[in-house]
Write a protein that binds this ligand. Structure first.
Ligand SMILES: C[S@@+](CC[C@H](N)C(=O)[O-])C[C@H]1O[C@@H](n2cnc3c(N)ncnc32)[C@H](O)[C@@H]1O
Length: 580
């Protein structure tokens, strides 16, 4: 191992990266994007998936859990992270995951070929020879109809971020301990933020970054800004390096970023005229327009390039399964209805057809609805409008889409969570983040965390209330209102019941339940009514759950944790790499 690689490995051993599902890198999503742009890609159920720089496997494990017939392999330099991952894989009983400690540079034909290769948050942070190896492995190890995903920091956005990184590196100097380096590095950004002359480039850059430097998690800042290597590049240069390895650009994992129409009616025609039909030139121009800092590019073998179609074809849209959740605002003038997608985009419409489709999606959430079903249920003559609507939702980043249905569980009498997820939730402190059926990282509230290991599909809400009551009686949890511990048994029970119900609702709406009870043995999930202490992990210290009454809470009696957990399950636990 050369000295630089050795130092990178030690940096991740010292401060392991929080390892989480990254939604748009899910092979199911890559297949759907390929489909959208005219290419068929392997079915996920039996796919072989390789992740380069997998850390502790947090992006591979959710896929392996969803598809026991698939085979996933991860490779990472850091022995500490690989050990954490292996222990969790064993604890979860996963037989289809292999985590290898080693360098991407050494990957050869011994691993075989893969239908999907994912490399998230690595390319820009490794030396040039490893960057070349990432593209080489994508080219050599991808099956003929496979899809690779590579994310990286980009210019021009990173030009400004480099000022931040350079200042932080200067101040961190050659201090050895990661924590100390970061403390010093943060200090100079505070100083520059205070002292920069108003109206200068420096003051703008510091103003844009100060909150993230103050509030960002240590692991993220250490690796994003103080990493030994950070080599952002222009998108066009990335594509040119990929082409040199016989790969072709397929599209961006967030497809909405690829369409000029999303950048305003003034800019779009000029951009389209300028790029002359060249998608790479168009997207490079768009990167300038948005000062883009981060990309997630999908690659295929060069010989498939001629089949890629960026014009979205109705027959391909009709084959998709779509899902979305929208808030309704019908207070607009003249019957205008505004539907706001959870991702942020708003659909404003007078059309009953549009509202009917969105209501169908809302009713099905978090499951998908086949576009074919939307078409078959709309009035005759409206099919073109429905197809156009679905196309616009995809282009506008206002719907999720897949080639196969996604069917998370509904609440029912006895809610169920996959046994592997229950075991992961029960495994205590580790850097692998819980996940949803939509391949999202899930940060759960303490009551949800308490309940997760118990949701075997064999217990109903009242039994869960009993388990919480027992934990309260045994001193493992306490129920509070305005900081005071509740003691009146009737109040305690009412509070617990409310909290259990709202936690179950939250798990359901955030796609953490599974479709049908999976009865595999869950080692750490002791039957409800035995010992709650053994059956469930300790709830995160003093982080409050949602209360039935606004001020009543259930808490662990331990001392407060430094950082309470955020309550929203579907909220990413960290920003996408490079996007903070
Ligand atoms: C920023 S982390 C990203 C981890 C993970 N992909 C994610 O996004 O959560 C970069 C990872 O790449 C790994 N890495 C760096 N150089 C490597 C190499 N030459 N071979 C294999 N892994 C490497 C590091 O150990 C680290 O786990």
């Amino acid at each position: 191992m050369n000295a630089l690689i050795d130092r990178i490995s030690k940096a991740y051993d010292e401060v392991p990266y929080t390892s989480a599902a990254f939604t748009v890198s899910a092979p199911e999503h890559l297949r759907a994007v390929a489909h959208l742009f005219g290419l068929d890609a392997p079915v996920p159920e039996r796919a072989r998936v390789l992740e380069l720089g997998c850390a502790a496997g947090g992006n591979l494990i959710p896929f392996a859990v969803r598809h026991p017939g698939a085979e996933v392999v991860g490779i990472d330099l850091s022995p500490v992270q690989i050990d954490i991952g292996r222990n969790l894989v064993e604890a979860m009983g996963l037989k289809n995951v292999r985590l290898i400690q080693g360098s991407i540079a050494d990957v050869g034909q011994e691993l075989g070929k893969f239908d999907y290769i994912v490399c998230h948050g690595v390319y820009s942070w490794v030396p040039e020879d490893v960057r070349a190896a990432i593209l080489r492995v994508c080219s050599e190890r991808l099956t003929p109809d496979g899809v690779a995903y590579v994310s990286y920091n980009t210019y021009p956005g990173w030009k400004a971020k480099e000022i931040v990184r350079d200042a932080m590196l200067l101040r961190a100097g050659d201090r050895a301990a990661a924590r100390e380096r970061l403390a010093y590095a943060r200090g100079i950004i505070e100083f520059l933020h205070e002292q920069a002359k108003q109206g200068t480039v420096l003051s703008t850059v510091m103003g844009e970054h100060i909150d993230m430097i103050r509030d960002g998690e240590d692991y993220y800042l250490s690796h994003e800004y103080l990493e030994l290597c950070n080599a952002p590049c222009y998108f066009k240069d990335f594509v040119s390096d990929a082409r040199a390895q016989d790969l072709e650009y397929l599209g961006d994992a967030t497809v909405a970023t690829m369409f000029a129409s999303n950048y305003g009616t003034a800019a779009a025609p000029a951009l389209l005229a300028e790029c002359g039909g060249d998608q790479v030139v168009l997207e490079q121009l768009l990167d300038f327009l948005q000062n883009r800092t981060f990309r997630q590019s999908l690659l295929v073998h060069a010989d498939r390039g001629a089949k890629i179609r960026y014009q979205l074809a109705a027959e391909r849209i009709a084959n998709l399964h779509v899902a979305g959740r929208y808030a309704k605002d019908d207070t607009g003038a003249n019957g205008m209805v505004h539907w706001t997608y959870t991702g942020g985009a708003t659909v404003s419409t007078y059309s009953p057809v549009t509202s009917e489709v969105i209501e169908q999606l809302n009713a099905a959430w978090p499951a998908t609805v086949p576009v074919a079903e939307l078409l078959s249920t709309c009035s005759e003559g409206d099919t073109d409008r429905v197809l156009e609507l679905v196309t616009n939702l995809i282009v506008g980043n206002a719907v999720r889409f897949r080639s196969e249905p996604v069917v998370p569980g509904t609440l029912g009498d006895k809610p169920a969570v996959r046994p592997e997820l229950r075991k992961l939730a029960a495994a205590g402190d580790h850097p692998v983040v819980l996940f949803t059926e939509w391949h999202q990282p899930a940060k759960v509230a303490p009551m949800e965390r308490f309940l997760l290991p118990l949701l075997s599909g064999d217990v109903d809400a009242e039994q869960l209330v009993g388990a919480v009551q027992q934990a309260v009686e045994q001193g493992g949890l306490r129920v509070t209102r305005d900081g005071e511990t509740l003691t009146d048994p009737i109040e305690v029970l009412a509070s617990i019941r409310g909290q259990v119900n709202s936690a179950l609702d939250s798990l359901a709406v955030n796609a953490m339940l599974c479709a049908s009870p999976v009865k595999a043995e869950a080692a750490s999930a002791t039957p409800v009514g035995k010992s709650v202490d053994k059956a469930s992990p300790k709830p995160a210290k003093a982080a409050n759950t949602k209360a039935a009454k606004p001020t009543a809470k259930t808490e662990a009696p331990a001392k407060p944790a430094a950082k309470p957990e955020a309550p929203a399950s579907s909220k990413p636990s960290r920003p996408p790499r490079g996007k903070k």
